[in-house]
Design a protein around this ligand. Structure first.
Ligand SMILES: Cc1cc2nc3c(=O)[nH]c(=O)nc-3n(C[C@H](O)[C@H](O)[C@H](O)COP(=O)(O)OP(=O)(O)OC[C@H]3O[C@@H](n4cnc5c(N)ncnc54)[C@H](O)[C@@H]3O)c2cc1C
Length: 374
């Protein structure tokens, strides 16, 4: 059989995982990244059991998790710094990791598997019959084009695949801070991550490497003081008096992103597949946007391996795989609702959410899902 060729646009979690999985199944693969180097924004990331399985399947697990703590316990604390819910991950893995470490691990595995990664290469459009046009005017024909170009995907928009795209009421500033010597010692036992609430604002504390802590400051998008860049440490200290020393350690300016929600009419058009945030951006309330991106990138390669007819394989892929992503998006949206509730109601709801077996099952379903191809 003639070797099939894939052009992938975007070298994020989605595009690089697809590059590994396709190259490992015999495809010739080229990845186009418009940036001048492989980098990712957003400081840290949680990757749960489902994502761990994908990283293992594509040969990036050891490098991706090197030095990252097992985030075994997650606490939610109310305005008075009282723990209102504690969840322990037993029998399944969850790591909090510096994002760049995961991107580097995926890129290394993709390259070792034979994929070519081209930097400073921006794609502008694609046709359903697999003709990709680059910003430099070049056009390339492929058996498969993967649009993994993120939430603002130009390729997806050109194919008119969007059913729903909306900005949500909240957003988040992310950054890394250095660990204290005490925090470095604590890492031996893994990590407890803590979500502190104060009114509609949250501070998420997550040790994520041997030397760094990932801090996410979550707020309503209308909250101008809270989303100021560089982070206005004095106002955050006034909202979280019990976290004054922690907030005082912030040095980096941080990066603010508003949460988004995207749903497509279809995940493909002819020979073009859309994956990752381009297909299904979601708020990060259960930390699974990257997890879904990697699962769908791997399963895409599995279905294409089973059926040489690209369009037919893409249709079966979506039919069989979309339900878990749709569920993840629904739950992620739902868990964002408390941000706009009065504190007393929110505290009760968060406590209930921690105790309700049904809600815990809904929240952990994606993490415990066994991805196709693993
Ligand atoms: C605050 C926040 C916290 C989050 N926390 C988590 C978490 O803990 N766990 C989790 O799993 N997920 C989390 N997510 C979601 C996760 O970050 C995304 O789902 C994931 O990054 C999507 O990866 P992607 O590869 O689809 O897109 P991206 O990471 O956006 O990558 C797209 C790539 O395509 C490139 N590109 C774009 N356009 C072009 C073009 N025309 N030509 C060539 N290249 C192009 C870009 O430069 C970029 O490198 C979080 C998101 C946010 C906003």
């Amino acid at each position: 059989m003639v070797r099939r060729h894939a052009e992938i646009v975007g070298a994020g979690f989605a595009g690089l995982t697809a590059a590994c999985a396709l190259a490992q199944r015999g495809w010739s693969v080229r990845v186009h990244e418009r940036a001048d180097r492989l980098r990712t924004t957003g400081a840290g990331i949680y990757i749960y059991e489902n994502g761990m399985r994908v990283l293992e399947a594509v040969g990036a697990y050891a490098a991706a998790t090197h030095g990252a703590p097992f985030a075994h316990t997650r606490e939610v604390r109310d305005d008075q710094n009282r723990a209102v819910s504690v969840h322990r991950w037993q029998g399944s893995r969850v790591f909090s990791i510096v994002r760049q470490t995961v991107i580097n691990a995926l890129a290394e595995s993709a390259t070792l598997s034979g994929a070519e990664i081209v930097l400073n290469s921006e794609a502008v459009s694609v046709t359903p019959d697999g003709e990709l046009t680059l910003a430099n005017g070049q056009t390339i024909k492929a058996d498969l084009v993967v649009a993994a170009d993120g939430a603002n995907s130009k390729l997806r928009d050109g194919l008119e695949l969007v059913a729903t795209r909306k900005y949500l009421v909240d957003g988040c500033t992310r950054l890394l801070i250095d660990k204290t010597p005490e925090e470095i010692d604590e890492q031996q036992d893994g990590a407890t991550t803590i979500e502190y609430w104060s009114g509609s604002r949250r501070v998420l504390y997550t040790p994520c490497s041997e030397t760094e802590v990932y801090i996410a400051l979550v707020m309503l998008d209308s909250d101008e003081a809270a989303k100021e860049i560089p982070v206005n440490r004095e106002v955050w200290k006034s909202w979280f008096p019990h976290l004054v020393p922690l907030i005082g350690r912030i040095r980096a300016a941080g990066r603010y992103d508003r949460f988004e929600y995207i749903k497509l009419k279809r995940w493909s058009a002819g020979k073009v597949a859309v994956i990752g945030d381009a297909a299904n951006a979601m708020p990060p309330n259960i930390g699974q946007g990257g997890g879904c991106a990697m699962m769908n990138a791997l399963s895409l390669a599995v279905y294409l391996d089973r059926d040489p007819d690209t369009a037919a394989a893409l249709a079966t892929w979506e039919q069989n795989e979309r339900a878990i992503t749709d569920h993840t998006q629904r739950i992620s949206l739902m868990l964002g609702w408390p941000a706009t509730w009065p504190s007393a109601i929110r505290t009760k709801a968060l406590a209930l959410a921690g105790r309700s077996n049904w809600l815990v099952r809904q929240r952990t379903r994606t993490a415990l899902h066994v991805p196709t191809g693993t």
